[in-house]
Design a protein around this ligand. Structure first.
Ligand code: ZN
Ligand code: ZN
Ligand code: ZN
Length: 221
C-alpha cells in the first residue's frame, strides 16, 4: 500500500515540477523578449546620438572618436561612388543642381533645366551621339556622315497625325545640315513614334512624350 502511496506522490511531484518548468520557460522567454525590446531601443538611441554627433561635430570630432567618425565619412563616400558607378553603367548621371537622375547623354536636366554639359555638335555624331574624331567625315560607330542631320523615315501618308511643334529657332547645338539633299524643316514626314515616346525634330533624339525640352540639344518641344 505504501508503495502505491509513494508512487502517487512521486507522480504528483513530477507533474508539479513539469508545470513549474513550463512556467519558468514561458516567463524566461517573456523576459528575454522584453530585454531585446530594451536593447533595440538602446541601439536606436545610440544610432541617433551618433548621427547627431557626426552631423554636428563631424568636421572637428573629438580625437577619441575621430577614427570612427572618419570611417563613417569614408564609407559614406564609398557608397556615393558606388551609386554613381551603378548610374553610369546603366546610362544615368545626377544633376549637380537639383540631384535628379538624368540620362548621361542629356545636355539639360529635365528636373530643373540646368545645362549639364556644353553642346559640342561638331564633335558628336548627330545619329548615335558617339564622339567623332576631329577630321572624320563619318561616324566610326554608326557609319553615318558627319554633317548630316538625322533624317526621319519617310511616311507614306502625306499628312501624318503626329507633327511635333518646331519653331525653326536657331540654336547653338544644331547639327550642320546637308543643305543640298535635305529641307531645313524636315518635320513634315516624321514617322509616328511608339506611344509615350517622341523624337526631337532637330537632333533626332528619342524622348519621353512628356518631355518639354530635348535633353540632347535643348530644343523646346
Ligand atoms: Zn536638375
Ligand atoms: Zn554615329
Ligand atoms: Zn534635340
Amino acid at each position: 500500500m505504501s508503495f502505491f502511496n509513494d508512487l502517487g506522490k512521486k507522480i504528483s511531484e513530477t507533474s508539479q515540477g513539469a508545470v513549474n518548468k513550463t512556467k519558468a520557460m514561458a516567463e524566461t522567454s517573456r523576459l528575454n523578449s522584453a530585454i531585446n525590446d530594451c536593447k533595440n531601443k538602446i541601439d536606436m538611441a545610440y544610432m541617433e546620438i551618433g548621427n547627431f554627433y557626426v552631423n554636428k561635430y563631424g568636421e572637428n570630432p573629438n580625437p577619441e572618436v575621430a577614427d570612427k567618425v572618419n570611417m563613417i565619412k569614408e564609407l559614406e563616400g564609398n557608397i556615393k561612388n558606388m551609386q554613381e558607378e551603378i548610374r553610369k553603367i546603366n546610362g544615368y548621371a545626377v544633376c549637380p543642381k537639383c540631384g535628379k537622375t538624368v540620362r548621361n547623354d542629356a545636355f539639360f536636366c529635365d528636373g530643373c533645366g540646368e545645362k549639364l554639359r556644353s553642346q559640342e555638335p561638331d564633335n558628336r555624331c548627330a545619329f548615335c551621339g558617339a564622339t567623332l574624331q576631329p577630321n572624320a567625315s563619318f561616324c566610326t560607330k554608326c557609319g553615318k556622315p558627319r554633317n548630316a542631320a538625322p533624317q526621319p523615315q519617310p511616311q507614306p501618308q502625306p499628312q501624318p497625325p503626329y507633327q511635333p511643334p518646331y519653331g525653326g529657332q536657331p540654336f547653338n547645338g544644331q547639327p550642320k545640315m546637308n543643305v543640298d539633299s535635305q529641307p531645313v524643316n524636315n518635320t513634315e514626314n516624321v514617322k509616328e513614334p511608339a506611344p509615350a515616346k517622341k523624337i526631337c525634330p532637330v537632333c533626332g533624339y528619342e524622348l519621353d512624350a512628356s518631355q518639354e525640352i530635348c535633353l540632347r540639344c535643348g530644343e523646346k518641344l
